[in-house]
Design a protein around this ligand. Structure first.
Ligand code: CP
Ligand code: NVA
Length: 306
């Protein structure tokens, strides 16, 4: 049995296998065929933070696969009023076949997984958002951008940046990260990524200059400047991130025909301009739709490992 907590625990072959499964499930769905490999299975979805895409994609995905998903917000279950994680894990995993968790501390899902009898999927923690990266790479493949990609991430050093670093390191593409001073990526994750990159040949660089990162990139991506849980810092961050908005001028520095990705939700006029987001709406909303297909691929793949 395997959990899906970070991409660190997966080989390049496994990551590509999951994405290949997702691409196949998507192709089949578009012809009207519903793969029902998870018939009679249930997915418990624990949400301690809000969500649009993650909830809709997991719930719809599980239903389309013949199973059922339970939405458990921490306002509804006893976890929110102090029932220990290890007890919650033992109870839920004795009844459900898979668990997806969106929470704050990454250590919470690690603890949950260590007590769970069934696979646990990270639906976002303060440290990582690996299911998003499955959808992002799937989208890159669909748009013909692969290991030769030069990805420029411009913005906050956060859970998305950590996940991009691990993905690039595993798959062997070039990733350039530009953050403002004081908002750099976590040094431990960077060190891990650089270690993995030695084997794959990935190039991972960090800078405080967005222009340097974007110059000649084939993909430019960003994320909100204030993640969930950082709402109080929003005003300060808007000041500190001056010059980091991905706008048309910044996109001009990238390669001709460079693509823009955003995990969404997007804050227009902050990390991305209205014009860049709307100009790249096709790929950005394909990326969002791919959350559904990527996670179906992941759940089918994890179910096969049991
Ligand atoms: N990208 C993403 O995870 O979106 P939600 O927060 O809406 O789930
Ligand atoms: N970094 C963002 C990602 C949202 C999908 C957050 O954690 O809020």
């Amino acid at each position: 049995m395997k959990h899906f907590l970070t991409l660190k625990d997966f080989t390049k072959k496994e990551i590509l296998e999951i994405i290949e499964t997702a691409l196949q499930i998507k192709r089949e769905l578009k012809t009207g065929y519903y793969n029902s490999e998870l018939k009679n299975k249930t997915l418990a979805m624990i949400f301690e933070k809000s969500s649009t895409r993650t909830r809709v994609s997991f719930e719809t995905g599980m239903f389309q696969l013949g199973g059922h998903a339970l939405f458990l917000s921490n306002r509804d279950i006893h976890l929110g009023r102090g029932e220990p994680v290890k007890d919650t894990a033992r109870v839920i995993s004795s009844m459900c076949d898979m668990v997806m968790i969106r929470t704050f501390k990454h250590s919470m899902i690690e603890e949950f997984a260590s007590y769970s009898k069934v696979p646990v999927i990270n639906g976002l923690t303060d440290s990582y958002h690996p299911v998003q990266l499955l959808a992002d790479y799937m989208t890159m493949i669909e748009y013909g951008i692969n290991e030769n990609a030069i990805v420029a991430y411009v913005g906050d050093g956060n859970n998305m940046t950590n996940s991009w670093m691990i993905l690039a390191a595993k798959l062997g593409f070039e990733l350039r990260i530009a953050t403002p001073k004081g908002y750099e990526v976590e040094s431990e994750v960077l060190a891990d990524a650089l270690k993995i990159a030695k084997e794959s040949g990935a190039i991972i660089t960090v800078t405080n200059d967005p222009k340097e990162a974007v110059h000649g990139a084939t993909i430019v991506t960003t994320d909100t400047w204030a993640s969930m849980g950082q709402e109080d810092e929003k005003e300060q961050r808007i000041k500190d991130f001056k010059g980091f908005m991905v706008d048309d001028l910044m996109m001009c520095l990238a390669k001709k025909d460079a693509k823009f990705l955003h995990c969404l939700p997007a804050y227009r006029g902050q990390e991305v301009s209205e014009s860049v987001l709307e100009g790249h709406a096709k790929i950005v909303f394909d990326e969002a739709e791919n959350r559904l297909h990527a996670q179906k691929g992941l759940m089918v793949w994890l179910n096969k490992q049991r």
